[in-house]
Design a binder for this molecule. Sequence first.
Ligand SMILES: [Fe+2]
Length: 192
Amino acid sequence: MPSAGGHAVTTLTITPDHRPDQVLLHSSDFATIQRELAAVGVPMERWRADAQLAPDADPATVLKAYEGSVAALNAKYGFQSVDVVSMHPEHEQAQAARGKFLAEHTHADFEIRFFVDGAGVFYIRTGGKVYQILCTAGDLIEVPADTTHWFDMGPKPLFKAIRFFTRPDGWVGNFTGDPIAKSFPEYAGAGV
Ligand SMILES: [Fe+2]
């Protein structure tokens, strides 16, 4: 079973929203990434994520491995509940899960994910630009409420992320119907 291990590096690529080929900034420097995202209201932090987990580790195992971080985040932000997304290339729901949030959408609540294994790409569209964020283990990212975005885990997905909630229905995707996501490079997935 492939593993992204510790090789994946978090990157940010910024392009105009209608010129995905025109790279305005590409960086793997976390301070730069954090600053660029903070400027458009997207908080991102690095947390420790070095637990050794099997590719198909179940949610309870993932939460147990990170119970200290989860407790700290719940206390800091007042989250009401958490769950775990655990995806690997042989997962029977991999394609359905990938397709679910691959088109541009918003949520009524903010979307917070703590990546603890593998990688996935958030595409955040704001101010006429698209911010492509390759999130890897240790990244904690918040997509604010009503922010247009999409997420690609790739056709060979490999990632585990802990999701935090403050309300039960905040996760419904409100799809914009804009086909913009199709004009951007797809992510291959960390399980390649
Ligand atoms: Fe979303």
